[in-house]
Structure formats: structure tokens, C-alpha cells
Write a protein that binds this ligand. Structure first.
Ligand code: SAM
Length: 283
């Protein structure tokens, strides 16, 4: 069938809607941009432009992947986070908007113009660490991940963002190999209850790495492991900021208290869910 930009947009939108995709209009446009090699402006200003068979076939192939509920970020190979795009793949968690709350809380603790050391545990694509480093040119940091594949993605992102000189990306198991002290330790660890992973939306359950999701029987395994070593990795007066899942702020604050940390009130996301637990080591 012959297609114009607008007829293809409508067609793909309907297919994505029928597949249960939750943002069919936007995703259809992004797939047309990527598959047909056209810009958003061209779609909007010249909607009746005819497309070649090759362009239609390329968009169709991408749309079939999205219909199978592959995340749009994996198909496009990138995801917007903070002020930049990050390369993403099946090897890293696709960064989420709520994780920007961790960045905001971190920036509030990193004074402009002062050198600080930051540690990101479970660095993944590099989202949190790179957002902090991009806003604070005097700051440097370490990103730890147990996944070698995730570290390769993070290293490529650091290079592309020009942050590789200030971001030391290392393999490791939480704090096990950390021998220095940091002013700020951030983490968005895996926190999904193991038994609940299969019931998540297909984009997450089928396509995100299990290592980035699985928080164990009660979702709190990573926090327990991190708190066990946190005291010796934080500088005096140093702070921690951790993303948590729904209903986990209270138990994670209890873990903090059990390890002798003072926790501030958690930060809530736009849906009113307590998302970020933060606190300090006594000075
Ligand atoms: C939820 S993802 C967060 C990724 C990224 N920080 C973000 O916010 O988008 C958790 C990350 O922790 C890593 N991870 C899981 N277990 C780990 C461990 N024992 N030590 C270090 N990293 C681990 C995973 O590979 C994954 O990259």
C-alpha cells in the first residue's frame, strides 16, 4: 500500500494501540523518524509527503518490534535522561524519569565550585553519575556494576558525553572492593520482589536485565548488602541517596537506622510515592 507520512503514522499508531502500548502516538512518530529517516518537523509540516517502499518496510520492521513490546529505547538505541541522551540496550536498565529525583537530591548536596567524590552503586547506563558530573565540573566519581555488559554501555556513554576523565567505571559487587571514602553515595539498586517480576509490563519483565530488577524475596536484598558496608565507604558527614520501590521507604529507613545513620524525610515522586531515601553518616 502507498503511504504518506500521516497515513503511516495513523497505521502504526493503530497497530501499537492494539498491542497495548501505552504511548502509541508518540512511539509511532519516533519509529517513523528512525525508520524513514525523517524529522519531526517534516512529519508535522509536510504530512502528505509520499514514502518509498523501502522507507515503509523499514518503519514496518521497527513497528513489529514495538508491537512485541520491546521498549522504545531499545529499538531506538537511546533514552533521554536529565539533559542528555544515553545509549541503552538490553544490557542496562532503561533510565526512568523518577530516577531524576535522585539526581536533584544529589545536586542539593554538591556545592557548586567544590571538588567532591561521588560513588554510584549499580551504575547501569550511567544515568545518575553522569547527570551529577555534568552539572558539577569539579566533581569526579566511581561507578560500580556487577554486569560487564552494563559497564561497556556506561563507558561508551561517558566517552560520548565527555565525562570519561572524571568517571571511573569498575566491576564490583556493591561495596566489596571499595577502599576509599566518598562524600556522596547514590544508588538505584534492583528492588523488585522476585516473585513479582513476571507480572510487570512486558517491556520490563521480558526485556530489562534481571540483574537490574531482582531485589530478592522481599525486594530489599541490595539495600541490606549496601548498608552493611556503607559506614566504611562514606567520609565523615558524607551522605547517601537511594531510590526505593513503592512501600520500601519505611523498611529502608529502618535499615539505615539499624546501621547508625540518620535518615531525612524521603522524597516523593509526582505520583506521591516515597521514592528516595537519604541520610548521613555522623560528622
Ligand atoms: C535498577 S538498575 C539501575 C541502573 C542505573 N543506575 C539507573 O538508575 O538507571 C541496577 C543496577 O545494579 C546492578 N547490580 C545488580 N547487582 C549488583 C551488585 N551486586 N553489585 C553491583 N551492581 C549490581 C545491575 O547490573 C544494574 O545495572
Amino acid at each position: 500500500m502507498d503511504h504518506t507520512l500521516v497515513s503511516l503514522w495513523t497505521d502504526i499508531r493503530r497497530r501499537l494501540e492494539a498491542a497495548g502500548v501505552d504511548s502509541p502516538v508518540l512511539d509511532a512518530r519516533l519509529l517513523i523518524e528512525a525508520g524513514a529517516g525523517v524529522s519531526r518537523l517534516e512529519i508535522v509540516t509536510d504530512p502528505r509527503r509520499p514514502l518509498s517502499d523501502a522507507q515503509v518496510a523499514a518503519v514496518d520492521a521497527l513497528a513489529a518490534r514495538r508491537e512485541a513490546r520491546e521498549p522504545i529505547g531499545h529499538i531506538l538505541g537511546k533514552k533521554a535522561f536529565w539533559t542528555f541522551d544515553l545509549a541503552v540496550s538490553r544490557d542496562v536498565l532503561t533510565p526512568r524519569p523518577e530516577t531524576e529525583l535522585v539526581v536533584e537530591a544529589g545536586l542539593a548536596l554538591l556545592p557548586k565550585g567544590e571538588a567532591r567524590r561521588v560513588l554510584d552503586l549499580g551504575v547501569g547506563s550511567g544515568a545518575i553519575l553522569f547527570a551529577l558530573l555534568s552539572e558539577r565540573p569539579e566533581t569526579s566519581g566511581v561507578g560500580i556494576d556487577r554486569s560487564a555488559e552494563a559497564l561497556a554501555v556506561a563507558r561508551a556513554n561517558a566517552e560520548r558525553l565527555g565525562l570519561h576523565h572524571r568517571a571511573d567505571l569498575r566491576p564490583g559487587d556493591w561495596l566489596a572492593e571499595i577502599g576509599e571514602r566518598f562524600d556522596l553515595i547514590v544508588s538505584n539498586p534492583p528492588y523488585i520482589v522476585s516473585a513479582e517480576i513476571d507480572a510487570l509490563e512486558p517491556e520490563v519483565a521480558r526485556f530489562e536485565p534481571l540483574l537490574a530488577l531482582d531485589g530478592g524475596a522481599d525486594g530489599l536484598d541490595a539495600y541490606r548488602a549496601i548498608f552493611a558496608g556503607l559506614d566504611r565507604a562514606l567520609a565523615p558527614g558524607g551522605a547517601f541517596i537511594f531510590e526505593v520501590g513503592r512501600g520500601q521507604a519505611e523498611p529502608v529507613q529502618a535499615l539505615a537506622a539499624a546501621h547508625g545513620f540518620t535518615a531525612d524525610a524521603p522524597l516523593t515522586d509526582l505520583a506521591g510515592i516515597a521514592r528516595v531515601v537519604r541520610g548521613r553518616r555522623a560528622a
